[in-house]
Design a protein around this ligand. Structure first.
Ligand code: FNR
Length: 376
């Protein structure tokens, strides 16, 4: 049985049903969640023959950060629901594979602890930002992420409100307070020490909810607070991508949140060509970022195989993020299994690059992708 499927089955046996449901669920009727993976298979490849592929390199660079491969781990909430070490295990997995870690605002281990694990294992990490209703909490968290060594911020733009996941309304998971508030509790404590009234846990959780009033100006605010590149996650349209770049973003993540936000959103695989070409056109007109780097286009949603990654790169992505399979692997076997999960996708990528006649990421060019076959 393929490794990722075996890990999914092991997770299904290991996890309480409400946690498995929380991980698996999509919003609404889950049309977008289901189509996420299928859409990658709607492309066909045009392999080249008789290219020397005796040595294939998956090495790449994102915003000046050298990586062994372009397969990052998507920022996801509450890894400690899958394995006790939580995001510490995920950081170890990312680092041992030489890849990028996306760390969620909703991590279940404190960002400093995760940063230490990431440093120990050599994992570069980008901090995903939910701008919270209490803006000063967000600012404090971002400053901590900068101090702890985040390489970039990823502002999630598709979650003004959390998508309604109909299938979990019956057995809804209640995330423990010590997971939900692990990154925030110190700030509430500081406020009380400075003379403010103590907030109840319910009030603390309310302050930490997503702020639905954020807009394009939030990009520049985060860039100024942090001094870091800011990517916007959840972009599915070329005009939005350009608007984000014009507002100061260093890149975008083409994503529908794994189908967990607006159901019947276009699959990322189908949105990617429009976004990538709009970004390319913007760079042609406006030039590179002030840092000199090219803006980054990442994509996530249903990326499960090396062929999915090859397709994404050929369609104009600089890298991909893998979500749920990493959570399933953590549940199946902690850091080791999560490492094996990402390694499997990377090894598959190297293999299909060779079969397609591409010995390096630079050789994964748009002409490798042929037509769209309507599978979704
Ligand atoms: C997510 N995702 C997510 N995104 C984000 O920006 N911040 C977050 O805290 C979370 N949390 C989260 C929890 C769980 C359980 C899942 C499954 C997903 C979305 C994630 O970053 C990514 O966009 C998708 O998971 C990618 O799709 P696949 O690979 O899961 O199909």
């Amino acid at each position: 049985m393929p490794l990722l499927r075996a890990q999914r089955e092991a997770a299904a046996s290991a996890l309480p049903p409400e946690v498995l449901d929380y991980y698996d669920a999509g919003a609404g009727d889950e049309v977008t969640r289901r189509e996420g993976a299928l859409a990658w298979a709607s492309y066909r490849l045009r392999p080249r023959v008789l290219r020397d592929v005796g040595a294939v390199s998956t090495a790449t660079t994102l915003l000046g950060q050298q990586l062994a491969h372009p397969v990052g781990i998507a920022p996801m909430a509450f890894h400690a629901l899958a394995t006790e070490a939580g995001e510490l295990a995920t950081a170890a997995a990312a680092g041992r594979n030489g890849g990028l870690l996306g760390l969620s605002t909703r991590s279940s281990r404190s960002l400093e602890e995760v940063a230490a694990a990431a440093a120990e294992h050599g994992a570069p990490w980008w901090f995903q930002v939910y701008v919270m209703k209490d803006r000063s909490l967000t600012e404090a968290l971002v400053r901590r992420a900068v101090a702890a060594g985040a390489g970039a911020l990823v502002l999630t733009g598709d979650t003004p409100y959390v998508g309604r996941k109909r299938r979990v309304t019956g057995t809804r998971l209640s995330v423990p307070d010590d997971h939900f508030l692990v990154n925030l509790a110190p700030h509430f404590g500081e406020r009380v020490a400075a003379g403010a009234a103590a907030l109840s846990v319910a009030e603390q959780r309310a302050a930490a909810e997503q702020d639905p009033t954020i807009d394009l100006s939030t990009i520049r605010w985060l860039a100024e607070v942090s001094g870091l590149p800011v990517l916007v996650k959840g972009v599915l349209r070329g005009d939005d991508a350009v608007a984000c770049l014009q507002a100061g973003a260093a890149g975008v993540v083409v994503s529908n949140h794994g189908g967990r936000q607006l159901d019947r959103s276009v699959p990322s695989a189908l949105a990617l060509p429009e976004v990538a070409s709009a970004v390319r056109e913007h760079v042609r007109q406006a030039g590179p970022l002030p840092s000199g780097h090219a803006p980054v286009v990442l994509v996530d949603g249903g990326v499960r195989t090396g062929t999915d990654v090859l397709t994404a790169l050929a369609l104009g992505a600089d890298g991909v993020l893998v979500g749920r399979p990493v959570l399933w692997a953590l549940a199946a076997g902690g850091a080791e299994a999560a490492q094996a999960c990402v390694a499997e996708v990377v090894s598959d990528l190297a293999h299909v690059m060779a079969l397609a006649g591409a010995a390096s990421i630079a050789e994964v060019t748009p002409d490798l992708v042929h037509q769209v076959v309507p599978t979704v």
